[in-house]
Design a binder for this molecule. Sequence first.
Ligand SMILES: [Zn+2]
Length: 116
Amino acid sequence: MVRERTERSRGKRDEKSRYIPKRRPCPFCRDKVEVIEYKDPTKLSQFISARGKIEPRRRTGSCARHQRALAIAIKRARHLALLPFAPEHIYKMGGIPIAPIPKEKPAATPPPETES
Ligand SMILES: [Zn+2]
């Protein structure tokens, strides 16, 4: 029997067209991280938004256990001023410290020749 499209069935989502994102493994479980290092702002900054907020689990893709540990690590890092609390901090400091950018040395000028 062909199911008629009634008022009731219209609200139901079509199973075929439903987008089910592939469940990606938790990045910490994947790397077998036991302890999330709070002294590593470079790593932690990947898990905070542009406004300095902790990204939700659906964005980070981490499991409940690691998300909890991550949140604690970020909070500790904030307390140590390694990560921003508020967007204003970011603006004043000129961005989240994502990996120290190696300063490009100006074209090395050869030292004035003293020979001869
Ligand atoms: Zn995990």
